[in-house]
Write a protein that binds this ligand. Structure first.
Ligand SMILES: [Zn+2]
Length: 145
């Protein structure tokens, strides 16, 4: 296990105490660090680097329902200062509140897309209205915002 610990820290790009410590080893699809831990009979299992960081910090996983949460929202980060245990529900609530606080980049993109689609639809309507008689055009005219 000591070897595993050494191997773990050898894959961490340790920076300043409060900075993010990016995981330099293997990563899962979502960008979270993962490390192979040697187990009995030549078998090994994959552990989340964030979970190992919390363990090594003396914080054991409260239950299997708990996941490692980042206060920095940086998946590869394994600085124990940025990590805490939470349930999936905490995690999604956390994301929702952060999204709300920041205005949420995803939401902005979605709004931009919506606005573009609306503008395109309005143009189409205008073009269609041009082809229609003046009476219809007046009816189809958008109310000015
Ligand atoms: Zn971090």
């Amino acid at each position: 296990m000591l070897k595993d610990i050494e191997r773990f820290w050898s894959k961490v790009d340790k920076r300043g105490e409060d900075e993010c410590w990016p995981w330099a080893g293997a990563k899962s699809g979502a960008g979270y660090g993962s490390i192979r831990q040697s187990a009995r009979r030549g078998k090994y299992k994959h552990l989340m680097a964030t979970h190992v960081a919390l363990h090594l910090d003396g914080r054991k996983r409260p239950s299997k329902a708990h996941v490692a949460m980042h206060s920095c929202d940086n998946p590869p980060c394994v600085n124990p200062k940025h990590l805490s245990w939470g349930t999936n529900l905490d995690n999604s609530l956390d994301m929702v509140s952060k999204d709300r606080d920041r205005g949420g980049p995803k939401r902005i993109v979605r709004r931009q897309k919506e606005a573009k689609a609306m503008a395109a639809a309005a143009e189409e309507m205008d073009a269609a209205a041009t082809n229609l008689g003046p009476t219809m055009k007046r009816r189809l005219k958008r109310p000015s915002a």
